[in-house]
Write a protein that binds this ligand. Sequence first.
Ligand code: NAG
Ligand code: NAG
Ligand code: NAG
Ligand code: NAG
Ligand code: NAG
Ligand code: NAG
Ligand code: NAG
Ligand code: NAG
Ligand code: NAG
Ligand code: NAG
Ligand code: NAG
Ligand code: NAG
Length: 464
Amino acid sequence: MFPKCWNFIIIISILLSLQLGDGQPFDYPTANLSTTWINSVSANHSVDFTDGSKVRAILLRGTFGPRYACGFFCNGKCDSYLFAIFIVQTNSVSNIVMPSLGFPQVVWSANRNHPVKINATLQLTSGGDLVLRDADGTSVWSTNTRGRSVAGLNLTEEGNLVLFDRNNKVVWQSFDHPTDAFVPGQKLVSGQKLTASASITNSTEGGLFSMFVNNEGLFAAVKANPPQIYYQQVVVGTKANKKASYAKFQNGSLALYIHSSEPRDPDSVITLPQISSAQYMKLGSDGHLRLYEWADGWKEVFDILTGYLGDCNYPTVCGKNGICSNGQCSCPTSVNASMNYFKPINGRQPNLGCSEITPLDCNASRYHNFLELEDMTYFTFNADITSTNMDSCKQACLGNCSCKAAIFRYGSNSSNGDCYLPAQIFSLMNNEQDKTHYNSSVFMKVQITPNASAPAKTSPKDHD
Ligand SMILES: *[C@@H]1O[C@H](CO)[C@@H](O)[C@H](O)[C@H]1NC(C)=O
Ligand SMILES: *[C@@H]1O[C@H](CO)[C@@H](O)[C@H](O)[C@H]1NC(C)=O
Ligand SMILES: *[C@@H]1O[C@H](CO)[C@@H](O)[C@H](O)[C@H]1NC(C)=O
Ligand SMILES: *[C@@H]1O[C@H](CO)[C@@H](O)[C@H](O)[C@H]1NC(C)=O
Ligand SMILES: *[C@@H]1O[C@H](CO)[C@@H](O)[C@H](O)[C@H]1NC(C)=O
Ligand SMILES: *[C@@H]1O[C@H](CO)[C@@H](O)[C@H](O)[C@H]1NC(C)=O
Ligand SMILES: *[C@@H]1O[C@H](CO)[C@@H](O)[C@H](O)[C@H]1NC(C)=O
Ligand SMILES: *[C@@H]1O[C@H](CO)[C@@H](O)[C@H](O)[C@H]1NC(C)=O
Ligand SMILES: *[C@@H]1O[C@H](CO)[C@@H](O)[C@H](O)[C@H]1NC(C)=O
Ligand SMILES: *[C@@H]1O[C@H](CO)[C@@H](O)[C@H](O)[C@H]1NC(C)=O
Ligand SMILES: *[C@@H]1O[C@H](CO)[C@@H](O)[C@H](O)[C@H]1NC(C)=O
Ligand SMILES: *[C@@H]1O[C@H](CO)[C@@H](O)[C@H](O)[C@H]1NC(C)=O
């Protein structure tokens, strides 16, 4: 026992001396009050990448390998910047390296809707507020933490930007204000949500898609009134405590703590590839939740929801009013081909969706009719009327101007089904009865011109 113990102590001493001797901290992960950083061309820790992006790091945690940093970031024309947290590649003295491969991966940003210009400032005020001002002095973003005894700013190992007080307690943290990305160790707590950016090149928070947790499970939704859920992982059971529900990004899984909480086992997990270097996930502007990993370049390693959904269940896969069938997009057509109500928004890009040839006009609702799409279904279904028949379903839609389609689902008795009346229609898909185990018809509301001789095809199954 004795010698072993001594060995241990000697090894520890060697390790410690190595740390103290060579391991001077080269990173700059914290900041004190009354510090101002300017987004200036001559700023320290400024790096240009070959993909057109630029960073001006303010804080950086760690050495050697993929590390978190925060600072100003831009991509492309670089006439505007975000104050962001990003992952960059570093060497043994914490310099940002690999400008032609280790492109900065943004995992958080302050006010995506208002990028700032050169000479914008980030200030950690003497009062403990972290404030981003544009070059003209306009306040763009702030943590509003004045008067809350903030003692300093810390970028943690996990990529969380934290304002802490004298007792090292968290006063504000970026993890509580997620954008479109999610990093290992982070929790998505009930009440928070990931919101996709407008597009790959436009980081504005205009995205249609969001992902959130509530005390029933994990959900992904597309913006509509009300929002339409396209992915759900519902956990049955009852809550064992009063703690908020959350999803946690762990090594190898997205763990759902809906009714229970740590250190207990999660209620449910979504399995992910294990972390071998650095990972993050991002909710894309197409509604996909993708997992990225560093391996001599950033690579998409997993499309997390697609295994559950398939391609056609993504709301915008074929745009609005489009039909997804085996990955191909088309527009709704009537059985009577001489009557068309929809046309592709762009004939060369059928995935952009379809527009109404004659827009629906609530003032001319007596000229509303239906285009029947047999054996067609939709990614979501919220029964507005249950145990009803097809005709009542259609009549309910005709009677409500907001209704854009009557979607009717039934088993083998078409006089006894459920009816959904969505106010907005994204992509539709063929109903594969062997998989869904129900019958489904979609009746798209269309505007017929008063003089048109042939109304839309009506169903022979209208009566019971
Ligand atoms: C913050 O202030 C403390 C105490 O004055 C000092 O030791 C430390 O180096 C400062 N940190 C930074 C990042 O300037
Ligand atoms: C760069 O860092 C040095 C040393 O910390 C500092 O003296 C200098 O003011 C910084 N330059 C700029 C432009 O911030
Ligand atoms: C930024 O500020 C500096 C110093 O005030 C000034 O010389 C420079 O022209 C400004 N740059 C821009 C793009 O406004
Ligand atoms: C800052 O972050 C580091 C690394 O995550 C952590 O060890 C340290 O306790 C934090 N300091 C404060 C004051 O929050
Ligand atoms: C970015 O997207 C927003 C929201 O959709 C839009 O208002 C804005 O014009 C877009 N910006 C650019 C540069 O395309
Ligand atoms: C994740 O788990 C795997 C398998 O247990 C392990 O090899 C790997 O080092 C872990 N990654 C991290 C970042 O902890
Ligand atoms: C519908 O009628 C109302 C009241 O007559 C009128 O204010 C509105 O502009 C009309 N809408 C359309 C789209 O014609
Ligand atoms: C669909 O309806 C037909 C005719 O009513 C019936 O034979 C069939 O079993 C139904 N399919 C399913 C999956 O319920
Ligand atoms: C079909 O459903 C209707 C309404 O619930 C019911 O009256 C009728 O008996 C059912 N038909 C069959 C064959 O079950
Ligand atoms: C009409 O439909 C909309 C959206 O589906 C719904 O919110 C509203 O309550 C309906 N109005 C009536 C009177 O049923
Ligand atoms: C419908 O037909 C009548 C008579 O032929 C004509 O006067 C009217 O302009 C037509 N209306 C539309 C909307 O085409
Ligand atoms: C298709 O529409 C045309 C004119 O609108 C009509 O003459 C014809 O009978 C319709 N055919 C069917 C099968 O409904």
